[in-house]
Design a protein around this ligand. Sequence first.
Ligand code: KIV
Ligand code: ZN
Length: 521
Amino acid sequence: MTTSNKITGDNNRVIIFDTTLRDGEQSPGASMNLEEKLQIASLLEEMGVDVIEAGFPIASNGDFEAVNEIAKRVKNSVVAGLARAGQKDIERAAEALKPAARARIHTFISTSPLHMKYKLRMEPDDVHQAVVDSVTHARRFTDDVEWSCEDGSRTEHDFMCRCVESAIKAGARTINVPDTVGYTVPEEYAALIEMLLNRVPNIDKAILSVHCHNDLGLAVANSLAAVSAGARQVECTVNGLGERAGNAAMEEIVMALRTRNDVMPFETGIDTTMITRASKLVSAITGFAVQPNKAIVGANAFAHESGIHQDGMLKNAQTYEIMTPESVGLNKSNIVMGKHSGRNAFRTKLKELGFELGDNALNDAFNRFKDLADKKKTVFDEDIVALVDDEMTRANDHIRFVSLQVACGSKGPQTAALELTVEGAPLSATCEGNGPVDAAFNAIRALFPHEAKLQLYQVHAVTEGTDAQAKVTVRLEEQGKTVNGQSADSDTIVASVKAYIHALNKLLTKREKRAPEALSA
Ligand code: KIV
Ligand code: ZN
C-alpha cells in the first residue's frame, strides 16, 4: 500500500478524536448524566485525547449543557460539538462551545445517492450548496471547522470530490469520511482516501479524517488502512461504544499503532497507561460490560491459562505477549490489600488506581473497604475500584439504602424487608415476589411508587471466587429517557437494590431539571 501523505508532509502524528460522549452515547441505553460526562471528558483530556466530541448541542438541553460545561472545563483538548447543515444547529453548537479554549464545530450532511434521495429528499446540487453554506456559517464562529460527508463510503467519487473541494474552499480544516453503516473493507477504504488525496486539488489545506462503524467487525482494520493511506485523524470511542455494533475502539487503534510501529510508523499523543482506567470508567458509567476476550481491555486480554503458554511466559514474557500489561495501565501492584491494611495504604492504593478522594469521601470509602475486607479474604484492585465508583456516585442522593433482609429458597414465599430513607425520612416495607430480587424491587416500588420501567437487570462478578462482589446494573426508562444505576456488594441482592436506588436517584435528578416540583414519586 502506498502512503501518499500530501496532508501533513512527513508529519506522522495521528490525531485522536474521541466521540464516546456523542456517537458512543447514541447507543441505546448508554445515556450518561452531566456529572458522568464531565468525569469521562476529564479523563480523556488527561490521557491526551486531541479532540473530544462532547455532544450534539441541538439534540436536547442536556446535550447543550454537557457540551457547554465540558467546554468550560477542558483546557488542553479541542472540544467539538456536532451540528447538521442547518443554521440553527450550527448556532446552537457555537453557543454551547463559547467558553472553550479551543472549539471545533463539526458539521455534516449525507452525500450518498441513497441518503440524499430517501433521507434528505434533496438533489445533489442542493446538498452541495448546503455544504458550502454550512461550512461558511460555521467559520463565522471558529477557525476550526470539520465537515463530514455522512455515508461517505457509499458516496459517488465525483460528487465526493466536488463536495470536499468546496468544503475546504469554504474553510473546513478537517474533512471526515465516515463509513456510517460499517460497510467498507480495508482495501476499499484505503483506496477512497488515496483517491481524495490524488484528486481533490486543495486537499493539502485540510486533515483527512476517518470515522468507522463496526457492523462487519472491521472498524479498527478500516481505520488503520486509512491511516496508512494518508488519513491523519481517527474518530473512535472508548471500548468501541457507539451506534449499533459501535465505533472503532480507541484502545485498539492506539495500541495497534504503538505495537506495530514497524509497519505503521505513526504516533498518537495518548498516554496508553490510562487505557484501562478509561475503559473501566466508561463501562461503569454506561453499564456496558466489556467482553472478557475483548482486545486490550478484556479481563482475559493478558491472562495466560494454558500450561504451554504459562511455561513460555515464565521463560520469556515475549513468547506470548506482544505488549506488556503495564503499557495499558494494568499494574502488577506491590500493595496487597486486606483487613489489616491501614488508611495510608488505602490512600496509596487509590492513588495507584487513579482515584484522588477528598477527606470525607476517603473516610467513607475506607470504612466500606474495612467492611468488605471483613467479609472477603482477598480484596482485589477490582473490588476497590467497584467500591470507590459506588462511593463517588452517591453524594447527592434523595433516596438512600439503609438495610435489607431477604427470605428465599425453594420453599417460598420469597420476601424482602427493606429500609430506606427518602429525603432523610425513614421508611420500611416487606414485600413478596417471584424470587428475592423481584421481592426486593417490589419493596422499593412500595416505598417509593413510580412508573419507570425496568429495561435491564444485569449481574457480573467483579472478581473470581464465591465471595466475589456482584456488580449489578439496573436500567430504568421514564418518558423515553433511560438511566443506568450500578452498585457492587458481596451480597447480590443488596447490590441489586442499591443499583436500583442509584438509577432512581438519577431519574429524580433528571426530573428536577425538567420541573423542580416533580420530585415526589
Ligand atoms: O457515522 C456517522 O456518519 C457519524 C457522522 C455524524 C460523523 O456519526
Ligand atoms: Zn458515527
